[in-house]
Each structure stands twice: as C-alpha cells, then as structure tokens.
Design a protein around this ligand. Structure first.
Ligand code: F7E
Length: 326
C-alpha cells in the first residue's frame, strides 16, 4: 500500500486529492495547522480515513515530524495562503508560507529521504498567477513569468525552488502550474463561489445584490476534481517535470455572471450586480489562458468538466445549501 502526505488538506484540492488517493488504495496522511482548527471536522466528515497530523509549513521541525510519522512515498504540497487579494495586506506572511514554506517542505523531504533522494516523490502546487502580466498567449511551461501580486511572487519562489531541488539533489520533484480551478468546495472569497452563492441567495430571496470588483478580468477556469488527477499523474511518471494544467478556454467575470444567473432563469443580471473599488486589486492579472498540450501528451490528462457545467454544479450546490439554511 502506497503512503501519501498531503499538506493543505482542508482546502478544496486537498479534499478532492484525498478522495482520489483513498480510492486508489493509498494510506493518506493530511497535515493540518493550528490549535483546534475549525476545518478539522469538515475534513473528518468528507474523508474520515485520512490520518491527520499537526504541522505548519513555517515550522520546519513539525514537517520533519510529520514525515517521520507518515514515511510517505509521495508528498503533495498544496498548503498556501492562496487568496491573491489578501496577499497585498499580508505580503511578508504570504512570502513565509506560500514561498519559504515550499523550501521548508523540500528540505524536510530531502533530509527524510536520506541517501535515496528520489525515493519520495514531491508535488508542488504552482499557479498560473505566476504568469501575471502575460508575456505570451496562451501560457505554457516555458512562458516567461511576470507575477503581479505578493502571492504570485511567492509562488514563483516555490516553483523555482522545486526545480532547483530536482536539479541539485536529483529529487523527483514536479511542479504543476494549475490555472484557476473551482468547485462547490471552493472558498467563498473567490469570485466563482462568491457569485454562485450570491445567485442562489438572490433566487431564494435571501439577498438583493452582490458587490464585485473588476468584471473584465478573464480566467481559464476548470474543475478542481479534474485537476487533482493531473497532480497524481505527474508523480507516476518516471521523470519529474513541470506541467501546465488548464482547459485552454478563457471567460470574463461578465461571462461568469451570464452563465450563473442564467442557471436560475435571470437573463439580465445588471440590477443585481454592484461594483466597488474595495474589490479592485493594486495590480490585476487581466487575462489567463493556458496551453495544456504537454500534460495531454505526456500524462494523457484531459479536463472533463467544461465552464458551463462547472458553474451549474456550483449554483446547484449553493441552491441546495442555502435552501437548507432557510
Ligand atoms: O479572482 C476578479 C479578480 O480571487 C479572479 C486562486 O486560487 O487562482 C485564484 O486566484 C478574478 C480576479 O482568483 C471580485 O480581480 C472581480 O481578476 O477568484 P479570484 P485569482 O485571483 O485568479 C489562482 C490560479 C491561484 O493560484 C490562487 O490561489 O476575479 N474579481 N470581483 C473578484 N475576485 C474576488 N475574489 N472577489 C470579487 O469580488
């Protein structure tokens, strides 16, 4: 039985990945942070077979301890401060967790693996946010990185550290450059879930409108459940490498609003949407669209859920969830 250690187990990707690994017969360990973490119960209710270990990416000794307790064949490093807007307000903390946390994990894995550096396969959750002010359309593995937020800069550090550990120590360390991926488990601070929840509440008469920021930004949005499969496939390859994971389709926030409101029979969303500079960012990533042909070719990976279905899944879920709360 293979063993995996997953950091960031309380997030949507952590939950989908744990489900996928358990279904493949893995013994799965999840790293969980903080005293009395309020998300512990959520994790235990969705994936009760995951063994939870306490640790923090900023606490090196806790990572060594988690590796000793789990002795994993594969490590998936999904933990991060992941909300881009927040990263301007807490830039140093973001650098410590999202950037230096990757180095801590790589170093802990290297030390734990001892004189067999390739024995533990390592996945780093890199991000399309690293492309920032895009230097090429569509973006691929070789596109020049130009991050536009403290979050993006921290992810670039983690990405290059992963490559550096692969090249310096012969570690099996892969970096997945994942474009935006969403699901009914997405945090409510991200735009897709903020919209799907607001649409459900407006339909049910629980809310009159929703306030957003920039409606013209474009993202390549996929389904998180599809993307965790790509993570696993990367660690099954004989050689570690870097891969872009995306749908190759881009949509604006306006198009997101079109599809989400149409799910509840509203064609004109303008009376329900307000804009506020509060939700604008100091620097914006205007447009992301990826090219996943390397992942398709080398991993045999394809996304299964398209944008329309993804938005429907989220609105349907929020209608159920909000109705139950009434
Ligand atoms: O923003 C615009 C906002 O916060 C998407 C993270 O998973 O994907 C995610 O980062 C766009 C931006 O995601 C609101 O300005 C407008 O242009 O959903 P988001 P993100 O910043 O793209 C990447 C790949 C990651 O790695 C990150 O961890 O939507 N937008 N109005 C808004 N965004 C939010 N959150 N709230 C608004 O009211």
């Amino acid at each position: 039985m293979k063993r995996a250690l997953v950091t960031g187990v309380t997030g949507q990707d952590g939950l989908y990945l744990c489900e996928a690994l358990l279904a493949k017969g893995y013994e799965v360990y999840g790293l969980i942070r903080g005293q009395n973490n309020p998300k512990r119960e959520l994790v235990s209710s969705i994936v009760p077979d995951v063994k939870l270990l306490t640790g923090d990416l900023t606490d090196f000794s806790s990572l060594i301890r988690a590796l000793r307790q789990s002795d994993p064949d594969e490590v998936y490093n999904l933990a991060a401060i992941s909300y881009v807007a927040y990263s301007w307000e807490n830039a140093q903390l973001t650098a410590d967790v999202t950037g230096k946390g990757v180095l801590n994990m790589l170093e802990a894995v290297r030390l734990h693996a001892g004189d067999e550096p390739g024995r533990i396969r390592f996945y780093q959750a890199s991000s399309s946010e690293m492309f920032g002010k895009v230097q090429e359309v569509p973006q691929k593995e070789t596109t020049l990185l130009w991050p536009r937020s403290p979050y993006g800069v921290a992810k670039v550090f983690g990405h290059y550290m992963t490559i550096n550990y692969r090249e310096s120590y012969g570690m099996h360390a892969s970096s997945g450059i994942l474009f935006n991926h969403e699901s009914p488990r997405r945090g409510k601070e991200f735009v897709t879930r903020k919209v799907s929840q607001a649409v459900a509440r407006i339909k049910l008469g629980l809310q009159s409108d929703v306030t957003l920021g920039n409606l013209d930004a474009k993202r390549d949005w996929g389904f998180a459940g599809d993307y965790v499969e790509a993570m696993w496939l990367m660690l099954q390859q004989p050689q570690a490498d870097d891969y872009v994971v995306c749908t190759g389709q881009t949509h604006s926030i306006r198009e997101l609003l079109d599809v989400a409101f149409a799910c509840v029979g509203i064609d004109d969303w303008s009376p329900y949407v307000r804009q506020d500079p509060r939700f604008m960012r100091p620097a914006e990533v205007d447009m992301l669209i990826g090219d996943a042909s390397k992942a398709r070719r080398q991993l045999g990976w394809e996304p299964k859920v398209d944008f329309r279905r993804l938005v429907e899944l989220m609105v349907e879920n929020d209608l159920r969830e909000q109705s139950a709360l009434r």
